[in-house]
Design a protein around this ligand. Structure first.
Ligand SMILES: [Zn+2]
Length: 212
């Protein structure tokens, strides 16, 4: 029993964070940053670092704002009046930044999204950029991010086909481990006509490169 009490007292975070899914308080999060500052070997009480835990926790709210967002809200407003337009819609070079779930360091780059609208209509073009952020502002792998973006478009817009390509540089590759600066990781996923018809994939890549 004593051992249990002792181990509770020694826990770096208060008891309220006992469930892993329960959101810790801001104070608990700041205390955790202080521990990491000490782990670097620095002194969290020196002037330059005194407000760092506050700033880091605030930055985390922005980095990980996607957990509070929902793809359904972003894609719910569809325009049906497109005057018969049923050809490809492609938005390329959508910048994004995310954090890898293995090291919690950034990876960033561009997303390219194309789809063939169904009779259900099209979404505002800025919505595709917002959709990328819904998933990018979470802990991610590039593969999962790609799959989540295309999955949401398929579910909500029922396009005849969708293509998503992500190009990104991972800080966990350039700053640590193999330390390869500038290495780009490319992921692609296709559904519908893009998956079934290789000439549609060629068209996607041709449009991506076109006019550059
Ligand atoms: Zn990583």
């Amino acid at each position: 029993m004593d051992a249990v009490v002792k181990s509770l007292l020694e826990r770096p975070l208060p008891q309220s964070s006992s469930s892993p899914l329960e959101r810790p308080t801001r104070e608990e999060a700041e205390a955790a940053v202080r521990v990491l500052l000490r782990w670097t070997g620095d002194d969290p009480d020196r002037e330059g670092l005194r407000d760092t835990p506050k700033r880091v926790v605030k930055a985390y709210e922005e980095f990980f704002s996607g957990y509070a967002e929902d793809a359904t809200n972003v894609l719910s407003r569809v325009f049906e009046e497109v005057h018969g337009y049923d050809d490809i819609v492609l938005v390329r070079d959508i910048p994004f930044s995310s954090h890898c779930e293995h090291h919690m360091v950034p990876f960033f780059g561009c997303a390219h999204i194309a789809y063939y609208p169904s009779e259900d209509g099209v979404v505002g073009l800025s919505k595709l950029a917002r959709l990328v952020d819904v998933f990018a502002k979470r802990l991610q792998t590039q593969e999962a991010l790609t799959a989540q973006i295309i999955g949401a478009i398929d579910r909500h817009l029922h396009p005849r086909g969708c293509a998503v390509m992500l190009e990104a540089e991972h800080m966990c590759m350039s700053m640590r481990g193999v330390r390869k600066h500038g290495a780009e990781t490319i992921t692609t996923q296709f559904t519908g006509v893009f998956r079934d018809d290789p000439s549609e994939q060629v068209r996607f890549f041709t449009l991506l490169r076109g006019g550059k």
